[in-house]
Structures are given as structure tokens and as C-alpha cells.
Design a protein around this ligand. Structure first.
Ligand code: SAM
Length: 469
């Protein structure tokens, strides 16, 4: 039975409730008055339920869809301003004992080269990432209890945070590793991780069991209840997502929002981020053999509908998407993107060759971080390397309450400008630096509070004089 508060996967991601939701959306998707009313409700910026959001996702009326897109753009601006947070994935190990049919890390793949970084190799990767200007990482690994132990992760996190190189230091290491125990989540929290990220892949249990035929990941309930254990272990920022292309997108969308509603109901705080990865070709994986792929227009509609349904949840898009698609979804709701990414193990220090293939999937945006930063600023975004909330302990519900009350604007904007100035001084090409400084000078005027503005101006002057506090 559907129960948002229950800690059992079958209750909070209730199959019948999703089917009923889809039937409700089908029945009402020509009811213009109802959809107008829902768009007005979403405009109050308090979010929508999974049923309401699923109805808007099913809407085919071009005029109403236009209203949904415009509202998503407005909510994006109101909650996140023009800041875009940047990060990079760091692949620690591609050893994996699972049998995921869409992922080249699966145990039976003998063509991919298996690698696990040593602590020294992690140092080299992190220094290469710091030399690009990154401050925020997403650690990635396959699931292998022998090679990729919790001790290995904890040691790796310690190594990553300890590396000081020129002006570089990783300030936030998020981690995307297999579902684990409450005790292990507690250890990850103590080690100082930022967000614990785990994609559901698909919320459709029957499909899930077929797509994950072997290995510990086969256990749908254990996987689906992972975020509950993470929160019980003290991890207050969790990042959810589905891999679009595995099952029907409307089913996944309803499941994703039900998951968010469950976390909010059970723990008082919803997911910190929602990721929207789409299936890609990879070593021995042909994405066209999966029949539920979605086109760009549908992808954009999903992003817009998530944005208006959970306005205070960050949204992430990776280099799985092309420059053009990224450009469109940034407007519609995405608040974090990766840049300069390599999906191979050890690929930042030593770019991979065709013969030495360890990468997870083909990327669609292979520009450097400097090019991504330049491109963002050309579109009037402020690339942000800011991690101040994390350093000041404003994670989880404290961050959410700031965000929900709109307060985040008062501290994020100045922090973003200062960290961008640091980036421009330390890592940017001359043309990126010139463009960035012009944007910063213009944007300082948009810091609303006069006292805050003068503090920012003083800090910017110190950074530009190479005299940092
Ligand atoms: N091992 C971890 C787990 O079990 O959840 C996840 C780490 S994996 C490096 C990160 C994510 O990559 C997976 O959760 C999956 O959604 C995504 N992924 C796997 N194969 C992919 C493909 N062919 N195209 C795009 N994304 C893929």
C-alpha cells in the first residue's frame, strides 16, 4: 500500500500508486483548466505532488507547455540566480561484481581494462584536477567488496582532502558508490563527504531485476532504501536520479518525485540534488538496443517539470549531454554541471588511449574546464566554485530552510563572485579572465545589501592584489 512515511521500498515507491498516477495523468491531460490551475499552484513556488507534476509532464498543449517552460526558467532564476556550480567526476576504480546490462563495468566484460587508483595515483589525479581549477569532485566507483572496500574509500577521501597544491584544495568531495550499510554511511559522513549520490537507475522493480541480473545490486529493496540508511547514518545531503532510457520516462519521473516526497516526509529534508543522466554508448554497450530512450524535447520537459515540482532541489547534468542540450537545460533548471570530465580511471593525469580503455561511457561534451567557464560567462552565467555552505555547516535541512526562505541569494551571490575571481587569477586563460572580471564588476552591483557589497568589493580587491584572507 502506498505510504510516503514507510521505510519499505514497496510502500514509498508503490507500483500501484505509480500506475494510478499515470492513469490520472492520461485521463486529465486534456483538461486545460486543471493544468492551468496546477501551473498557478507551481508558481507559488511550494512545489507539486508527484500526481500533479505527472499531469503536467503529460500535457501536450503547446501553449501550456510554453507556460511550464517559462515558469521553470523563472523559478530557476529566483532560487539560483545566474550561478552554475561546477564539478568533475573522479573515477577511483572500475572493478565491479554486478551484472548491470547497461554499464560496461559489469563483471562479464573482459574488454574493458580494470583499474583501481592507488593513493599516489589519486594524488596525481587530484593535482591534475586542481590545476584545472576544480574545487568540487564526485567520486565514482564500481561495486566490488574485495577491491573497493570502505577502508579504501575512507583512505581515498582523506588523501583527497589533504592535498594542497599551489592555490588548489578540494573543498567538497561528493561520492557516488553502491548502496551500503548505515554504519558505512556514518563513516563516510565522518570522513567529510559532501553529498552521497546514488542513482536508482529505474524505479520499475520488474525491469530493475532484469537490468541487474547478478551481484549485490540485484537487491531492489536494498538499493531503493539506501537513502534512508544514509540519512539514518547522518548523511544529510543525498542525491537521487534515474538513468533515463532504461524504462518508460513517465514511470521514472513519478518514482523520482515519490522518492523525494518520501525523504522529505520521513526525514524532514528532501534530496539535495536530482541528477538526470541519459543512457550512452559505452565499451560493450550499445545504447540503441535499449528501447526507452528519450529525445531532447522530452528531456527538456522533464527538467522543467522537476524544476517547478521541487524548486529547492539542485539539479545536475553531466557531460553525457552535448553542449547544445546543456545550454537549453541550464535555463530550465539545472544548477550544477561537470566540466573537463574524464570518465576513465586515471584519465586526468594520463589521457587514455583506445587500447587502454577503462572509461565508463562516451561523453558528449569534451571541452576543457576553461572553455566551459568561458561559455557559461558568454551566456551571462556566473560559474561558481563556491562551497561555503558546506564549510559553514549549512547542509541538509539547514541549507533547505535557507533555500526555501530565499535567503540563499544573499550569501551565494557574493561567494560565487569571490570564488570566480580566485579561479580567474589562478587558472583561467587571458580571454576567460578578461570576460570574467568584466562580469564580476557588473555583478557586484547586484549584491542587494550595501554592507555585503562593500565587503565583497574589498575581498575582490584583495584577491586581485594577490593578498587573500
Ligand atoms: N557503482 C555505483 C552504483 O552501483 O550505483 C555507481 C557508480 S557508476 C560509476 C555511476 C552511474 O553511471 C550509474 O549509477 C549509472 O546510472 C551510470 N551509468 C552506467 N552505465 C551508463 C551508460 N552506459 N551511460 C550513461 N550512464 C551510465
Amino acid at each position: 500500500m502506498y505510504d510516503v512515511h514507510s521505510k519499505h521500498a514497496e510502500d514509498f515507491i508503490n507500483h500501484q500508486e505509480i500506475l494510478d498516477t499515470l492513469a490520472y495523468a492520461d485521463e486529465n491531460c486534456h483538461n486545460t483548466a486543471l493544468m492551468e490551475a496546477l501551473i498557478q499552484k507551481a508558481a507559488l513556488r511550494k512545489g507539486l505532488s508527484h500526481r500533479e507534476a505527472s499531469l503536467l509532464l503529460a500535457c501536450q498543449d503547446p501553449q501550456l507547455n510554453e507556460k511550464i517552460f517559462r515558469l521553470a526558467q523563472q523559478i530557476k532564476k529566483d532560487f539560483y540566480g545566474n550561478r552554475i556550480v561546477l564539478f568533475a567526476p573522479l573515477y577511483l576504480s572500475n572493478y565491479c561484481v554486478n551484472g548491470c546490462t547497461y554499464c560496461p563495468y559489469h563483471l562479464k566484460n573482459k574488454t574493458i581494462r580494470r583499474k583501481k587508483l592507488t593513493q599516489e595515483e589519486i594524488r596525481r589525479e587530484v593535482i591534475a584536477l586542481q590545476d584545472m581549477g576544480h574545487k568540487r569532485l564526485a567520486l565514482e566507483a564500481g561495486e566490488d567488496p574485495v577491491h573497493n572496500t570502505m577502508d579504501y574509500y575512507l583512505e581515498s577521501i582523506e588523501t583527497i582532502y589533504s592535498i594542497r597544491h599551489k592555490n588548489g584544495a578540494i573543498r567538497r568531495a561528493n561520492i557516488n558508490i553502491a548502496a551500503t550499510t548505515t554504519d558505512n554511511y556514518r563513516l563516510l559522513k565522518e570522513a567529510g563527504i559532501g553529498t552521497y549520490i546514488l542513482f536508482q537507475e529505474t524505479y520499475h522493480k520488474e525491469s530493475y531485476l532484469k537490468l541487474h541480473p547478478a551481484g549485490p545490486k540485484h537487491d531492489y529493496d536494498y538499493h531503493t532504501e539506501a537513502m534512508d540508511r544514509a540519512m539514518e547514518g547522518g548523511v544529510d545531503d543525498v542525491g537521487i536520479g534515474v538513468l533515463f532510457g532504461l524504462d518508460k520516462y513517465r514511470y521514472e519521473f513519478a518514482g523520482l518525485l515519490m522518492h523525494a516526497e518520501h525523504l522529505e516526509a520521513a526525514f524532514g529534508v528532501g534530496p539535495h540534488t536530482i541528477s538526470v543522466p541519459r543512457l550512452r554508448d559505452a565499451d560493450d554497450i550499445d545504447s540503441s538496443s535499449f528501447k526507452n530512450g528519450i529525445d531532447d524535447a522530452t528531456f527538456e520537459k522533464i527538467v522543467a517539470c522537476i524544476r517547478i515540482s521541487v524548486p529547492y532541489t539542485g539539479m545536475i547534468v553531466s557531460t553525457r549531454e552535448s553542449k547544445d542540450v546543456r545550454q537549453r537545460v541550464l535555463q530550465l533548471g539545472i544548477s550544477q554541471i561537470s566540466g573537463g570530465s574524464k570518465t576513465s580511471v586515471g584519465g586526468y593525469y594520463q589521457p587514455e588511449t583506445d587500447e587502454d580503455n577503462s572509461k565508463q561511457f562516451d561523453i558528449n561534451d569534451d571541452r576543457t574546464l576553461d572553455e566551459v567557464v568561458h561559455w557559461l560567462m558568454e551566456m551571462d552565467y556566473i560559474p561558481s566554485f563556491c562551497t561555503a555552505c558546506y564549510r559553514e555547516g549549512r547542509t541538509g535541512d539547514r541549507f533547505m530552510s535557507l533555500c526555501k526562505s530565499g535567503q540563499i541569494q544573499n550569501c551565494c551571490h557574493p561567494n560565487a563572485l569571490m570564488t570566480l575571481q580566485e579561479y580567474l587569477m589562478d587558472y583561467a586563460s587571458p580571454s576567460t579572465r578578461a570576460l570574467g572580471e568584466a562580469i564580476i564588476d557588473r555583478e557586484v552591483a547586484n549584491v542587494p545589501n550595501l554592507k555585503a557589497r562593500s565587503v565583497v568589493l574589498e575581498n575582490l580587491r584583495l584577491i586581485r592584489d594577490n593578498n587573500r584572507r
